[in-house]
Ligand binder design. Structure first.
Ligand code: MG
Length: 264
């Protein structure tokens, strides 16, 4: 076949194929009556979106309990004596939190800029000055304590601000107390993926293996006092849930004339 004939053939095939695709305008419909997703206004520059609960905006510690010995300086809350808990309880959520390791640098390993964010009071994602500071890897910043290191170390120098954006899926428990489904965590550190749908093996203590023990569907977020004046700012949280919809019929195909047929 000459090149020109071959090209003509190819062109013909494309045109006919395109026309057939146009004529054959079948549409797949999944049979689910979706609710319209809520419309929200995104926050600007890491600020809270319109549906977020603000946990700290630089002004006061009213969203926290146990914070009598923590103080506010230049719009940041500074770790003082004792852990603090949110007054509100949360299950599945998206948390935005910014933290800055103390300057001047003091201590090393786990003793340098140590704090932590505990989801549901039990499950710690580590906050630590991991900028040029070696420690055990599943205890460095962004790790799930004693369970996994972060995929990469994206920590910035002490005094600069680190940003965690974390998606938390709460564990579920059966009536009699056994685990129905584990907790999962996905986290970005300064915009970089460090934990991708990591499945937690349980809680995160120092001195024993992790395990799950049945607890409420919602529990407070806890920030750890580990004896270092770590600073936090711009903390907001969104409760998350899947899109809502009811299956109202089996999936089907609708053609361009409006005729409907089941999927074989
Ligand atoms: Mg810690």
């Amino acid at each position: 076949m000459k090149t020109s004939n071959w090209l003509t053939g190819l062109l013909f095939t494309c045109v006919v194929g395109g026309l057939m695709a146009f004529v054959n305008a079948d549409e797949y419909l999944n049979g689910i009556d979706w609710k319209e997703p809520p419309v929200i206004a995104p926050g600007e520059h890491g600020g809270p979106p319109s549906d977020a609960v603000v946990l700290f905006d630089g002004q006061d510690l009213s969203a926290w309990q146990g914070a009598d010995n923590w103080k506010i300086e230049n719009g940041a809350m500074i770790c003082g004596k004792g852990d603090v808990h949110t007054k509100a309880a949360f299950g599945d959520c998206q948390l935005h939190i910014e933290w800055s390791a103390p300057t001047p640098i003091k201590g090393s390993g786990q003793g340098r800029g140590n704090s932590g964010i505990f989801f549901m009071d039990n499950y710690e994602i580590q906050v630590l000055d991991s900028y040029g500071n070696k420690t055990y890897f599943d205890g460095q910043a962004g790790g799930i304590y004693k369970q996994t290191p972060p995929q990469v170390n994206a920590t910035v120098a002490p005094g600069k601000w680190n940003v965690y954006d974390i998606i938390w899926t709460a564990p579920r428990f059966n009536e009699e107390g056994s685990l129905k489904s584990p907790a999962y965590i996905t986290a970005l550190h300064n915009g970089i993926l460090i934990l991708n749908h990591f499945e937690l093996k349980g809680d995160t203590p120092y001195s024993r293996p992790p395990h799950y023990e049945k607890h409420a569907d919602r529990l407070p977020i806890r920030l750890q006092d580990h004896g270092n004046p770590t600073r936090f700012r711009n903390i907001w949280i969104r409760e998350t849930k899947p899109a809502e919809g009811e299956p109202v019929r089996k999936p089907f195909i609708r053609d361009d004339k409006g005729n409907e047929r089941p999927i074989d």
